[in-house]
Design a protein. Structure first.
Length: 298
């Protein structure tokens, strides 16, 4: 039997103030502080214990502790917020980096720091900073630490793929009605005579869509979002189990066929199955004046 243990530890840091910077030689000194890890898709709390040079709890009454998060690549200050108070008389505060604050931050390494401010209120909403001092991560006066932002614990969906290029195909083996309504007699035109090809079946084929076969199963769900503009005709969703980067024509099979009228604007369709490739085929009605603008796949 497998047993997995899960631990709920406080993400706690000891930070030091220089207000009483007489490091006691007899005590074990903090050489460095560990890197932090915070996760997108959830709130992350970081607890702080303020200490003085003797490594005793520090009374920070009258002060505000501020958390700063800096992008290492651009040096932009991406998050700054006041810490919440647990018990300021013994230097216990915490900062909570919320799910919303992490939405626009890419996974990777960032720098973080804490500093202590003394403020004077100007009115009910504004204040003046009277003094600002750094809080150190170690007894070597290092004030900047490293935090790793990690992608969401629940994973993320595939990037949406856009299909907006359709290639026109003329099937000279299937004559259709001419503009006058009479069927064409000749199965194939004589191109040397500049023959009009509009009397033959015409349809459009999209570029191919890779269906991520290495990551899908027979129960995998595929979603297609169609965007029409006054389109009238038939739209066919085709799949292929063909190997290689360019499946042969004979490997395609029709999965679903949809009859579209001008009233259809935006529609989505789900299918379940394991395929290597997808593509879209659409055949406009002879009275069609609209378009299939694009298809989104996820």
């Amino acid at each position: 039997m497998q047993i997995n243990s899960i631990y709920l530890y406080p993400n706690k840091l000891d930070v030091y103030t220089s207000d009483t910077a007489t490091w006691t030689a007899e005590r074990n000194r903090m050489v460095y502080n560990r890197n932090l890890k915070i996760y997108r898709g959830s709130d992350n709390r970081i607890d702080l214990q303020l200490r003085n040079g003797d490594q005793k709890a520090y009374n920070a009454t009258g002060s505000t502790i501020v958390f700063n998060l800096v992008n290492n690549d651009t040096q932009d200050l991406v998050v700054r917020k006041d810490c919440s108070v647990d018990d300021i008389s013994v230097g216990r505060v915490y900062a909570t980096i919320t799910e919303e604050e992490l939405l626009d931050l890419e996974p990777g390494y960032y720098s973080y720091s804490f500093h202590k401010e003394t403020r004077t209120n100007v009115d009910s909403t504004d204040y003046k900073v009277e003094s600002k001092t750094p809080l150190y991560m170690d007894s070597q006066y290092g004030a900047i630490g490293t935090v790793e932002i990690i992608g969401g614990m629940e994973g993320k969906p595939y990037d949406t793929k856009t299909v907006d290029t359709f290639r026109k195909i003329t099937n000279f083996d299937v004559p259709s009605e001419t503009s006058s309504g009479d069927p064409l007699d000749s199965p194939r035109p004589n191109f040397a005579q500049n023959y009009n090809t509009s009397g033959y079946e015409e349809f459009f084929i999209s570029s191919t869509i890779e269906a991520n076969p290495r990551m899908s199963t027979p129960q995998s769900l595929h979603t297609f979002q169609f965007y029409y503009n006054n389109y009238i005709g038939d739209v066919v969703l085709q799949g292929s189990l063909g190997e290689g980067g360019n499946p042969i024509e004979g490997s395609w099979t029709n999965i679903n066929t949809f009859t579209i009228t001008a009233a259809n604007l935006n529609e989505f369709h789900n299918i379940t199955g394991k395929y290597n490739w997808f593509r879209i085929k659409h055949t406009p009605d002879k009275n069609n004046t609209g378009t299939v603008d694009k298809v989104l796949y996820r």
